[in-house]
Ligand binder design. Sequence first.
Ligand code: GLN
Length: 470
Amino acid sequence: MLQKKEISNKEMVEDTFTLIESNKHLNAFVTLNKEVSLKKAENLDNNPSNLPLAGIPIAQKDLFCTKDLRTTCGSNMLSNFIPPYSATVIENLESAGCISIGKTNMDEFAMGSSNETSFFGNVENPWGEGLVPGGSSGGSASAVAAGIVAAASGTDTGGSIRQPASLCGITGLKPTYGRISRWGMIAFASSLDQAGPMARTAEDCALMLNEMCSHDPKDTTSLDENIPDFTQNLNSSIKGMKIGLVKEFDLSKLDNDVVKVFEESKRHYESLGAEFIEISLPNISLSVPTYYVVAPAECSSNLSRFDGVKFGRRCENPKDLEDLYVRSRSEGFGDEVKRRILIGSYVLSAGFYDAYYKKAQQVRRLIKNDFVSAFEKVDVIMSPTTRGTAFKAGSMGSDPIQMYLEDLFTIPANLAGLPAMSVPNGIVDNKPVGMQLIGNFLEESKILQAAHSFQTSTDWHLKTPNGDIS
Ligand code: GLN
């Protein structure tokens, strides 16, 4: 419509803010960028641009630093933090012409799977009152699912793009570790964190990814690899594609209807000419425990910078330096973040480092090696994204382990650094479910191709809580 001039850039941005207003109950946004967005849109109306994402409103997860725009990471600790610079990925998207219309709500410091740990309150899933959108990129997922924006940025340390994408019925992609710069992304677990796109379709994810990726000398783990046009292979046939099914993933424990959806998707892929091959990832059952040693360890180190001195909140009238540290951190962090810092400090401490942290790193290598062998036999690996559909807020009770198990299927790709995505593949009890496609290193194009061929021959990605998109 923009290209055909059926709508102006300004109208488009205005419509977006109207939609944000009418979906306020979702609590998907923490901070809006209205004035700047409208100005940018007016500029584009006066000076049309050929940039690939010119004028497209994009919601940015509130974990990316945005120059002169509050960045909270869902935490009281950063509730007043206005960064003096933007993350590389934000700069990349904005240089491609997109308009960052606001910052989306998220689990505090990206720790969570339900968006119930944000200082700014729960996010709601547009598919049903009281349903969680998943986490930690729940605000981004909810905003895309509700049709407020066509695409949003997210981050994925153990599943935070794919799990909320699955629970909200949208498409989300976590690229290969290092594909997208982490500079300006507030760190949770540096060896696992990776930014990625969340959108309605694989094609939109590819368009976003084209702009998000870059080699960045400011991030030492940024990959200096060729960045292909991720849309190029979308329409290639998947005839003969070998899809791996993980022997060790016991689907019998999942909801029957969720398994049925998965089986149907398999049959659909077979009808498109793909071939299924059973593969073994012998160490995969150790993924969740390994993650919950490595991620808290790195978080306890990364979050030590929030001490009341350099960033964000500081307690009132500190008695002395120690009091300043203790009270600023006690007041600034929520319970889940404190729990992770405690676990992390414990596994890194002198007496336990070898038993926990070092052991976890060794197991991580074994898990990665399992994938290396598997990808000698298959092109992509397919599994459900989550154990079930969106659950009610508060229903996980006080046992954090139940919540940690939400990421059973997504964590392995982070530990191995592999690209993986979630694609809507069915509806169970009026709620969406997703399937996960994991690719080999740097093979985002292949999983996008597999996802696109599915989406051009099914319509699960067009289902929204407000009816089907025609
Ligand atoms: N749910 C996982 C956790 O709580 C993953 C979060 C993420 O990917 N940021 O750590």
